[in-house]
Design a binder for this molecule. Structure first.
Ligand code: BEZ
Ligand code: MG
Length: 568
C-alpha cells in the first residue's frame, strides 16, 4: 500500500471515530419532573451553541473560535471536507467554554474564549448570554407543577412544539405544547436548510450511481415537520424544483416553479408517504405538495430534465390512466386510520417473508389525497394500483431525522415507515432502492445510507457502555429499552436487510454471553432478557445472522434459564 493511500485510510478512520465520539446521545431516560444533569446540559448547550442565531444577534461558537484563531475565512469549516484536526481543536475549546459557563457563569466563559481563541468580547458575550438563559430554563423544571395544574383543571402556559436545538423557545418544559400553523410551513429557514440537504442527497446518489434517481419515495411525519418547521416538506419541494410562495397574509398557499436554468439539474419525481398525524395536522400542506407535483408534471420540458413529467406520461400511455390519477403522489392511510402495522407484525414475529411487509405497507398507505383538474378534493381515495405503479419507478428512499433524541433504533416507527416503503419499492421496482437518511442534528448536512446509520446508532447507543449503563440506572425500564433497541435493529433486517451480522454478534457478546452482565439484566428484568435472547435466535432463523452452534446453544440456555426463574 502506498503511504499516501495508507494516510488517507487512517484519516478516514479518524474521521469515523470522531463522528462516533461526537455524536450526541441521550443517556438514560427523561425522568418526569427532574431537570437535566450537568453532563446532559453541557452536551445540549454545545449543540445549541453550534448554530448561528441571526434572529438573536448571536453567532455559532465554533465559528467565533475559528475566526478568533484565524482558521477559516468561509463556510468551508462547516463542510465535511474540513481538516479534522482543526475541527477537533475548535470542538475542544468550545466544549471547555461551555463547561465553564455551566460551572462558573457567563463572564468566566467569555474570558476563557478570549484567552484561548482571541474571540471578540462582545460577540462571545452575545452568544453565551443566550446559552446562559437556556441553561437557567433547563434547571427550572415545572413539569410536575404543570401536571398538577392540569389535573386541577387550571391554566397551563402554552409553548411552541419544536426541537430544542432548532428552537430553544421550547423551554421551559412542562408547558402546553402547541403545534405550528400549517400555513407557515415550510419556514424560510427550513427551506434554506432543505436546499443543502437535497443537494447533498442528490450528490450522494450520483456519486454512487452516476446519475440522478428516476424517482424517490419520501416519508413525511407530522411531529417532525412541527419540530423542523417543515424541513421534510421543503425537501420534497426542492426535489421537484419549486419554491413556496406566501400570500398577503404570509400564508404559504402557492408554489412557484424554479426554472431549469436556475435549478441546474433535473426535477426529481417524489412519492410522498405521509403519516396519519401529518395528514391530520397539515391538510393545507398536503394540498400544496399535490399542487406542486401536478404543476411540475404539466411543464413542457425535456423528459430527461423532468422526472415527474416523464413518469406521468409513461403511466398515461402504458397504464391508460387519466392525468389526474397518473400524477397522484401524496399518499397516506385511509381517513381515520394511522400507522402501517408493519412494526406490529415484526415485533410479534408474525410474518412470512419480507415482501409481505411491503405489501402491508402499501395496503395501509395507498390512499390518495389530492385535488383533481376540476378542482375537486380527493380525501383518502383507495389508490393501490397507482401506488404500486409509482413505487415501481422509485430508485431511492429517504427520511429526514428531526432530532437527536429519537433515532432509527429508538422506536419502531422508522423501520415501519422507511423500512416498509423501501421493501415495497424493492418488490415493485424489482431492485433494492438506495436508502438514505439525514439528520438535523448538526450544522453540517450529512447524508448517510441506512446501513451506515444502523452502524452509527449501534455504536453510539446499543453497544455504547455510556448509553446502556445510562439505561440500566433505570432498572426494569432500562433493560426493556435495551431489548427495544435490539428489536428495532432487527426491524431493519426484516424490512431492508440493512444490519451487518457483527451487530448481532456484538449484542450477544455484550448482553447475554457475558455472565456478569447477564446476571445483572436477569435480576432487573428477566422478561426482557428472554425476549432479547429469542429475538437473536429469530435473527438466526431468518438468516440475518449465522453464529456458531455453541452461541446458539448458549442463547437457548438463556431462554430456558429465565423460563425456570419465571417459574415455568
Ligand atoms: C408523526 O408525527 O407523524 C408520527 C409520530 C409517530 C410515529 C409515526 C409518525
Ligand atoms: Mg421524531
Amino acid at each position: 500500500m502506498m503511504s499516501s493511500e495508507r494516510d488517507a485510510r487512517v484519516y478516514k478512520l479518524y474521521e469515523q471515530l470522531r463522528e462516533i465520539e461526537q455524536r450526541l446521545i441521550p443517556t438514560g431516560l427523561h425522568v418526569f419532573g427532574r431537570a437535566a444533569e450537568l453532563k446532559e446540559k453541557t452536551d445540549l448547550l454545545r449543540m445549541v451553541g453550534s448554530f448561528d442565531r441571526p434572529e438573536l444577534g448571536a453567532q455559532a461558537l465554533p465559528r467565533l473560535v475559528a475566526e478568533g484563531l484565524q482558521l477559516v475565512l468561509d463556510d468551508q469549516l462547516f463542510q465535511d471536507t474540513a481538516e479534522s484536526e482543526t475541527k477537533g481543536l475548535i470542538d475542544d475549546i468550545v466544549t471547555e467554554s461551555i463547561k465553564r459557563l455551566c460551572e462558573e457563569g457567563c463572564e468566566p466563559a467569555v474570558n476563557f474564549l478570549i484567552s484561548r481563541a482571541n474571540v471578540d468580547r462582545e460577540r462571545a458575550r452575545a452568544s453565551f448570554k443566550i446559552l446562559a438563559n437556556i441553561s437557567d430554563q433547563l434547571d427550572a423544571n415545572r413539569e410536575l407543577e404543570s401536571l398538577m395544574c392540569a389535573l386541577r383543571g387550571e391554566y397551563i402556559q402554552p409553548g411552541p412544539g419544536a426541537d430544542i436545538i432548532q428552537n430553544p423557545l421550547v423551554l421551559p418544559t412542562g408547558r402546553n405544547t402547541h403545534a405550528v400553523n400549517p400555513y407557515s410551513v415550510p419556514s424560510r429557514s427550513a427551506y434554506q436548510r432543505a436546499k443543502q440537504t437535497t443537494d447533498a442527497l442528490l450528490h450522494r446518489y450520483r456519486e454512487e450511481h452516476g446519475r440522478y434517481p428516476r424517482a424517490m419515495a419520501l416519508v413525511l411525519w407530522g411531529l417532525d415537520n412541527i419540530k423542523t418547521q417543515g424541513e421534510g416538506v421543503a425537501q420534497a419541494l426542492w426535489l421537484l424544483g419549486v419554491r413556496p410562495v406566501r400570500d398577503a397574509l404570509n400564508r404559504v398557499t402557492e408554489i412557484e416553479v424554479i426554472a431549469l436554468e436556475e435549478l441546474n439539474r433535473p426535477r426529481i419525481d417524489v412519492v410522498m408517504t405521509v403519516s396519519g398525524i401529518f395528514r391530520d395536522l397539515f391538510t393545507p400542506t398536503m394540498a400544496l405538495l399535490d399542487k406542486a407535483v401536478r404543476r411540475v408534471a404539466e411543464l413542457n420540458e425535456p423528459l430527461e430534465m423532468n422526472g415527474v413529467r416523464r413518469n406521468v406520461l409513461e403511466r398515461i400511455s402504458d397504464g391508460g390512466s387519466p392525468f389526474d390519477d397518473a400524477a397522484t403522489r401524496v399518499l397516506s392511510n385511509a381517513p381515520g386510520n394511522y400507522g402501517t402495522n408493519v412494526n406490529f407484525m415484526v415485533m410479534q414475529s408474525d410474518w412470512e417473508d419480507a415482501a409481505s411487509l411491503g405489501d402491508l405497507f402499501v395496503t395501509r398507505k395507498s390512499f390518495a389525497y389530492a385535488r383533481d383538474s376540476q378542482g375537486r378534493t380527493v380525501e383518502g381515495r383507495e389508490a393501490r394500483d397507482l401506488m404500486d405503479d409509482a413505487l415501481s419507478r422509485v430508485e431511492a428512499t429517504y427520511q429526514n431525522i428531526d432530532s437527536f433524541e429519537v433515532g432509527i433504533t429508538d422506536v419502531d416507527h422508522y423501520f415501519e415507515y422507511l423500512g416498509g416503503v423501501s421493501q415495497a419499492v424493492e418488490v415493485r421496482s424489482k431492485s433494492r432502492p438506495a436508502i438514505y437518511l439525514s439528520d438535523s442534528l448538526s450544522p453540517q448536512t450529512k447524508i448517510r445510507t441506512l446501513e451506515e446509520t444502523v452502524r452509527l446508532e449501534t455504536r453510539t447507543k446499543t453497544l455504547n457502555p455510556k448509553w446502556y449503563e445510562g439505561m440500566l440506572r433505570h432498572g426494569f425500564r432500562g433493560v426493556a429499552e435495551i431489548e427495544n433497541h435490539v428489536a428495532n435493529t432487527f426491524g431493519w433486517s426484516a424490512t431492508a436487510d440493512a444490519v451487518d451480522p457483527w451487530i448481532y454478534t456484538e449484542i450477544s457478546n455484550t448482553f447475554l454471553l457475558n455472565e456478569e452482565m447477564l446476571e445483572r439484566l436477569i435480576e432487573l428484568n428477566s422478561h426482557s432478557v428472554q425476549s432479547l435472547a429469542k429475538r437473536l435466535l429469530e435473527a438466526h432463523e431468518r438468516a440475518f445472522w449465522n453464529p456458531d452452534e455453541h452461541v446458539l446453544e448458549q442463547l437457548r440456555e438463556v431462554v430456558d434459564r429465565v423460563q425456570e426463574r419465571l417459574g415455568g
